[in-house]
Each structure stands twice: as structure tokens, then as C-alpha cells.
Design a binder for this molecule. Structure first.
Ligand SMILES: [Mg+2]
Length: 238
């Protein structure tokens, strides 16, 4: 199995959480946790790069005992233990106001949206069962027409159009004096495409969406988190 290009090893590794470190039922892979720890012990920091909110991502970061930064809400919120401040790349209040306005326009729309909105800082997420086409049309005719309306597996996102994991990681690398040439990334879903385009090398875990498999340099023969043990062996030449 050829995991990496000849004569290249990453200086930093960005890893998606849901479907990548977890299985399709969101159970975390304990072998993957140990593998990420081996990377950190070898001086290769791990970036958790996720659509999850900062509170959830920070909790995982803490219990995995990582040292690197976190890229949350698909690049909307960035944090590193050594930085004096959290980097907010969009203002979620605006998206929340747009959701409240939508509830006046669309009967039965639930503007409270999904549970993790309680901690959301750069966007707002409505239930995926809401009427996507109607929401798109209303937003495009409103004063919030600059917001993107995107449906993922778990939500309809009202978000600033310039947010992506790739853009967020670009800011992180710049602040850490690293380059995309130093970056390996691992993911499973369309919201990982922007970091696949940015990184020198990308791995789609087994069970990934087809479009992410098409974009990856390597498709893992192992499902989800089972990818990490052999991948880290290859990175560390073990
Ligand atoms: Mg994922």
C-alpha cells in the first residue's frame, strides 16, 4: 500500500471528525486516537478540522491530548492553544437573524434549528427537513442575500460564502509559518473538498462520499477510523 508520495512526509496533518475519526454511527475509533497520539509524539501536530462547533471540538481536542489548532464550523472559527484570541471569520448573529426572519415568512419553520446552535458562532443551522428551495428563494430576495444556503447531511446551513475548511486551514498554516506543501489531510465528505484542494496530499477514508474519493490522492482500503493506524505507520516509517 502506497500511502504517501516518495520522499515526502507531512509536517502537519488535518483530520475531519465525523465519518473520519468516527464510524457512520458517530462512534469514535479508539485505534485512531492512539495513532494520532503517535503523530503528536513524533512532533507532527494534528489539526481537528470539522463542521462541529468550538465547544464540541475543544472537548475532543482536550481528551485526545492534542497540541495543534482546531478549525471549527467549516473554517468559521479557528483556535490554537498558543494564540491570544479565537479567530472568528464570520459573525453568526447575522445568520441567526436571517433564520428568525425566515420563521415569519415560512409557516412552521423552526428558527431555533439544530441543538448545537446553542454554541454556534459563525453560522446558523436549520433542520435538514425544512423546505430548502423555499428558504433559498426567500433568502435570495432578502437583505441577507449574501448568505449561502447549503444542505449537508445534518442541517441546512445559513452561512457566509467565504467559509470553508480549506480557507480556515490556510489562515492556520500562515499563522504557524507552515505551507500547504507541508499538509496532509484526511476526510470523508464534500465539506472536506476545500482542504483536499489545498493540501499537498489527501486521503479519503473507506466509506467516503464518491466525490471526495474522486478528489483524493489516495483512497483508504480501510473503513473510516481504521485508516489511521496503517497511515501513521507509513508517515513515521514504522
Ligand atoms: Mg466528515
Amino acid at each position: 500500500m502506497q500511502w504517501l508520495p516518495e520522499d515526502w512526509r507531512p509536517k502537519i496533518v488535518a483530520v475531519d471528525i465525523d465519518g473520519t475519526l468516527t464510524d457512520d454511527k458517530k462512534r469514535i475509533n479508539t485505534e485512531a486516537i492512539l495513532a494520532l497520539q503517535r503523530l503528536e509524539d513524533a512532533g507532527i501536530p494534528v489539526i481537528l478540522a470539522t463542521g462541529n462547533v468550538r465547544a464540541i471540538t475543544y472537548g475532543l481536542w482536550r481528551f485526545l491530548r492534542l497540541s495543534g489548532p482546531i478549525c471549527c464550523e467549516n473554517g468559521g472559527v479557528l483556535w490554537h492553544p498558543d494564540w491570544p484570541e479565537v479567530v472568528m471569520r464570520a459573525n453568526g448573529d447575522e445568520a441567526k437573524q436571517a433564520a428568525q426572519w425566515l420563521a415569519q415568512e415560512i409557516p412552521n419553520l423552526n428558527s431555533q434549528g439544530i441543538e448545537s446552535n446553542a454554541w454556534r458562532e459563525s453560522e446558523w443551522c436549520l433542520f435538514p427537513s425544512e423546505d430548502l428551495q423555499l428558504i433559498k428563494q426567500k433568502i435570495s430576495e432578502s437583505k441577507w442575500s449574501h448568505l449561502n444556503v447549503i444542505r449537508t447531511g445534518f442541517a441546512i446551513h445559513l452561512m457566509s460564502p467565504d467559509l470553508s475548511k480549506g480557507k480556515g486551514i490556510e489562515v492556520i498554516l500562515d499563522r504557524m509559518n507552515l505551507s500547504p506543501q507541508d499538509l496532509l489531510c484526511v476526510g470523508d465528505a464534500p465539506n472536506d473538498l476545500s482542504m483536499f484542494e489545498l493540501a499537498n496530499w489527501s486521503i479519503a477514508v473507506g466509506g467516503s462520499f464518491q466525490e471526495i474519493q474522486n478528489a483524493a490522492n489516495v483512497i483508504s482500503p480501510y473503513p473510516h477510523g481504521d485508516t489511521f493506524q496503517p497511515l501513521v505507520d507509513a508517515i513515521l516509517n514504522e
